[in-house]
Design a binder for this molecule. Sequence first.
Ligand code: NAI
Length: 387
Amino acid sequence: MKAIIGVIGAGTMGAGIAQVAAQAGHKVVLTDTNPDQLLRAEEQIKSSIEKLVHKGKLTAQLGQDAINNLRFSTQLSEHSEAGLVIEAIIENLTVKHQVFEQLEQVVSQDCILASNTSSLSIASIGACLQNATRFMGIHFFNPATLMPLVEVIPGVATSIEHTQHIEALISGWNKTVVVCKDTPGFIVNRVARPFYGEALRIYEEGLADFATIDWAMTHIGGFKMGPFTLMDYIGNDINYTVTETVFAAFYYDPRFKPSFTQKRHMEAGFLGRKSGRGFYDYKEGSMLATPHENQALGQQIFERILVLLINEAADAVFMQVASPRAVDLAMTKGVNYPKGLLAWADELGASWVLERLELLFAEYGEDRYRPNPLLRRIAREQSKFIL
Ligand code: NAI
């Protein structure tokens, strides 16, 4: 029999995670302290399942089974039968501790506990538990029903058996699972930083405007969305906060330095699509920004952002955050990059990437451009990241 899955927090992420588990055939209990939020989540899940059935992606029977699998409650004690409980409440360590302390009194000894946190460390959340060997991060991406990637993050106290169990379980939910170390930003939110940060820097230096940088990354680089379109989509408040959190968590490493341009947009209320204006204007009748389609400039922009992304991917491998394959899977399945960054480096040649980084480092003398030692080694040995 499949384990009962508990999800705490019926907001954006919790509702999506509950739906994924219910569609995978588990009985699911979704709890939230706010009854209105539970009603909203129930409606949202039902309408999402109905759409899947309508589109032929799910049979009517499986859709009905998934709905029947779900139970909604305001009581944490409803998780007493669960084999796994995933917490997806507000990103606040004190509140998360309160919930986990209570939860540990309710669940069985062998129930695995997890947090969907994006920015808190797994070690810090698990510290409140009497048995932290059964606690880990299970990080879904938004929207959880559509994004295939799940990062599984064991903390320093987590047992290997529990990690392996969860890796196998979530892989059975039609998800791509990557295991990574408990370090700031895990894989995706760390490795993706230069996509935004270097684009903003190029703009701030006056090399190109938003539309031209976006054009370079989509038309020359093959990315689905340019950095400014994507920041507007995510929301400048959210994207800026992630950058600031990662920057602070890395002891203010200049590689992750946030941008004044993005901060000013956020302060002005130019949050992106959701506020009608971000880097671009989304109001009815507003003019579309047109790029300067200069091939040489576009190529320069694309290469500069790409080599910084590859350098960050190499650093994640160098610092044992995850394997090269896991890093590439994370970036293709978590943020839809057209290719895995390390496979891309192998294709271009590590020396080609290193040469460009060294030119940037020589020009600027800034640490954000320092080439990673693993990249240097692979270039020197004429080897590859993915063997
Ligand atoms: P949200 O604000 O949409 O939902 C949070 C829910 O938790 C609310 O329904 C609230 O009523 C409930 N809640 C608050 N305190 C509670 C408590 N003590 N007990 C039970 N329920 C409580 O938040 P969202 O965006 O779903 O984020 C949840 C978690 O997932 C956070 O840790 C966040 O960092 C993480 N996350 C968010 C992503 C996103 O794109 N929104 C992506 C990946 C992770």
